[in-house]
Design a protein around this ligand. Sequence first.
Ligand SMILES: [Fe+2]
Ligand SMILES: [Fe+2]
Length: 439
Amino acid sequence: MDAATAYLSGDQPRARWKRLDTAQILKRFFFCERAVIVNASRWIPHLARIEVKVAIPLLCWQNAETANALRQRVFELRFPSRLMEHEGADKPLADALSLLGMAPSERAFIGALADVALPAIHDAYSEFLAFSDPLADAPTYRFLELSVREKRQQIATLRKFLAEMDQEKAEGVDRAWVDSFNQQLKELGGIPTDRAPDPHAVTPPPSSAPREVPDKPVRDTRYWACRFYWPDIICADFPYGTGLRLQLRSAVSHLNEIWAVEHGGIILSEFADVLPWEWVYDAARWTYDESRHCLMGKMRLEEWGFSAQEIPLGTYIYESAKGGAPIDRLGMLYFFETKNIGRKPERAAAFKEIGDAVSEHDMDFDWADETIHASYGNRWLRVLHELDGQRFPAADEVRQRCERMVSEMIAQASEDERKAITSQAEHLIARAMQLTNSN
Ligand SMILES: [Fe+2]
Ligand SMILES: [Fe+2]
C-alpha cells in the first residue's frame, strides 16, 4: 500500500449523520412537537383544576420554542430549500400524537401526555444528542439540550397532578386508553431518529372522543363560580374603585383572565391547519402570557390571605362566544384584552402611590405582554381576512360582532346575579379591611 491508495480512517462516531440526515430527523421532531402543542391546547377549556389549566400553556410555549428552533435549523441545513409544510413519511407519527386531542377524560389526557408522548419525545432527543455531533451541529445541541431538561420538568409536573387526581376516578377506561395510545406509538417504532416511522395506519383507541369547543368552560370548583366576576360589570352604580377596592378589583380581573387562556388554546388549535406555523408559535406565547396574568391575580389574592371559595371566577366573556365562530374568540382575545392597554401604566402608578409594589409590578409586566398581543391580533385577523374574505370578516366587523355578543350577555344578567356578586364583592372588601388591620 502506498500513499496514493492508503487512507486515514474516517470512521469516527461523530460522522454518523450528515447534514441532510440531520435535517430529516429534526423535521420529524418538529412535526411531533407540533402535534402535541395543537392537541394539548385543544384541551385547555376542558381542564378543571386551575394549576393543570395553566400548566398546559407553559409546556405548549416551551415546546413551541423548541419546534420553532427545530424548523429554523432544518431550513439552515437544507438551504436554500424552505419546504417544510408537510409531514411526508412522518405523518403516521403526527397522527398518533394527535390522538391526544381525543382522550376520553382529563385524566387519560394528562396520563397520555406525562407517561407516553412527552417521554417518547424526551427519549428521541436524548438518543439524537448521544449520536449527533456537538461540533458540526452545535446550534441544534444548544436548544435540544434545553428541551430535554424542559421535558423532564414537564413530565414531573404532570405526574404530580396525576398522583393528586382522585385515585378512585382513575377508571379502567382511562388506563386502557393510555395503554392503547402507547401501543399505537410502539407499533410505529416509537419516535425514531435515523429512520422513518414504520408505515402503519393509526386508528383511534376505543372510547376516543374528539374534543370539541365547549359552550361552557370546565372550571375549578374550589372557586366561587359565577358568570360576572365583579359587580361593576353588571351594576352601573358600583364603582371600579380606588385604593383597596382597586387592588382587589385588579387582582380578581387578573385571575379572571382565565377566559383568555381558554380562548387562546381554542384558537391555537382551531386555526392550526388554516394558518401557517407562525400562527401556532405566536398563539402558544399568547396563551402562555394570559396564563401568567391569571396566575398573577391568583398569587396576589392568596398572598393577601383570601381562600379560593371566596374568590369569584366568572365565565361571561367565554360564554358570550357561544355559537360564534373561532374568529370571534380571536377577536375577543384581541379586542378585550388590549382594550385597557392605555390604562395599565396609569393603574401601575396608582399602585405605586399606595405602596402596593406587587400589583404595580404585575401591571407593568402585563402591559409589556399586551403590547405584543396587540400585534398578534392585528396581524392574524388581517391574514385570515386576506385568506378568505367570505369566511373571515374584516377586523372591524369582527370587533362589532364581539362587542355585540358581550353586551347581549351583560344584558342577560339577572337580579339574583346582581345581588349575589355585589354581596360577594362587599364580603371581599370587608375581609380585605380585616386583613389590613391584622397586619
Ligand atoms: Fe392578559
Ligand atoms: Fe393579552
